[in-house]
Design a protein. Structure first.
Length: 94
């Protein structure tokens, strides 16, 4: 497991919050995508309805399920895309 680090290379124990970097997209039957800035290392994902998410590829119902109201944190690769598919709701990524 690789831990996220700050700009000094130290392991991050608590994540900062910047509301100006929150993005959202509708959860629909077609895979929707959000692109992360190239400096992003960790994302927080919140979904309002059950769905499936994937990193760097179109989401399908074979990908990781997220239950309604779920909040998860993920490390991401440089310039990652986060993709979602489902039937309704919103996905928020900070």
């Amino acid at each position: 497991m690789k831990l996220a680090t700050d700009t000094n290379g130290d392991v991050v124990q608590a994540l900062g919050f910047n509301s100006s970097t929150t993005q959202n997209t509708a959860i629909t039957a077609a895979s929707a995508s959000l692109s992360m800035p190239s400096h992003t290392k960790v994302v927080r994902i919140y979904v309002t309805e059950a769905c499936f998410i994937a990193m760097n590829e179109a989401a399908t119902t074979s990908h990781m399920p997220m239950p309604s109201g779920a909040v998860e944190y993920f490390t991401v690769t440089k310039s990652a895309t986060i993709n979602v598919i489902g039937t309704a709701g919103l996905m928020y990524v900070t």
